[in-house]
Design a protein around this ligand. Structure first.
Ligand code: PAF
Length: 287
């Protein structure tokens, strides 16, 4: 007997095959959610699939390690590729189809159009990974247009990415609703990420300090502390725990990601990016 209650999802390698499957579902009157991923699936991705299935009849999971969002010095080659075990995990939650295109399928010979997002894409991640959101926006637009799902599920873990994707579908009139889902965390608070697999045992033990330090700072701000006064000890704590480089630990407007002008009235989000060993971790929480 199979350990999984559902069959393995079928795999579409081409945009034409994905579109044909979605067309058949539509003909049967079924609704569709999409979960864009780069694979190496963890519980956080599976929670996105579950959230999609709670809203729609069918779920497509895309698995594509997108070369356009990695700079030459980044971890594109090392990024974990685990399609076989990803398919088993997706069978466990009942995803219907995996869209796993080749780089050639997504970026064929002569491909020459790239989206350049501004607004929510400016600052934070872009200060450290200037190529990143152009690559994300271009591939997400292509994935959403290939599937034309009713909803697309994105994790709040990549909070600035979620804001950029919302802006993208609004500005380009892509007819898919973007649904943000809460970050899935390990028991000790570390946000789940495919890149956690890079951490050594010592780094993994230190990593939850990101979440703990943010929580204390957010509590202090809610209690009336000035933002910078609350962030200073959090920065020190993160560095003392073994992070070698703190790219940013800031509080921003929760929707626009602009600098906070009036902490008493604006919705706020705290965001962090920091290096531990050879791994760059990001996280964020509501304030
Ligand atoms: O968050 C990710 O995994 C990727 O940035 C995404 C949205 C799948 C685009 O490649």
């Amino acid at each position: 007997m199979s350990a999984n209650p559902h069959p393995r999802p079928s795999v579409a390698h081409s945009i034409a095959a994905l579109r044909e499957t979605v067309r058949q579902w539509r003909r049967a009157g079924e609704s569709v959610a999409m979960v864009p991923t780069m694979g190496a699936l963890h519980q956080g991705h599976l929670d996105l699939v579950r959230a999609g299935l709670a809203r729609r009849d069918r779920v497509v999971v895309s698995i594509f390690v997108n070369p356009a969002q990695f700079a030459p010095h980044e971890d594109f080659d090392a990024y974990p590729r685990t399609l076989d075990s990803d398919l088993d995990k997706l069978a466990g939650v009942g995803a219907d189809v995996v869209f796993a295109p080749s780089a050639r399928e997504m970026y064929p010979e002569g491909f020459a159009t790239r989206i350049v997002p501004e607004g929510a894409a400016l600052g934070l991640e872009t200060d450290f990974r200037p190529h990143f959101f152009g690559g994300v926006a271009t591939v997400v637009a292509k994935l959403l247009l290939a599937c034309l799902a009713d909803d697309a599920m994105f994790g709040e873990k990549d909070y600035q990415q979620l804001a950029v994707v919302r802006q993208l579908v609004r500005d380009l009139n892509i007819p898919t609703e973007i649904v943000g889902c809460p970050t899935t965390r390990e028991a000790d608070g570390l946000a789940m990420s495919s890149r956690n697999a890079y951490l050594t045992a010592a780094e993994r033990a230190a990593a939850p300090v990101l979440h703990a330090a943010m929580q204390d700072a957010a509590r202090a701000i809610r209690g009336g502390a000035m933002i910078e006064v609350a962030l200073a000890p959090a920065r020190e704590r993160i560095l003392a725990a073994g992070f070698r480089d703190l790219n940013y630990l800031v509080v921003r407007h929760a929707v626009t990601l602009a600098e906070v002008k009036d902490p008493a009235s604006e919705p706020m989000r705290m965001l962090v990016a920091a290096w531990i060993g050879k791994t760059r971790l990001i996280d964020n929480i509501a304030v």
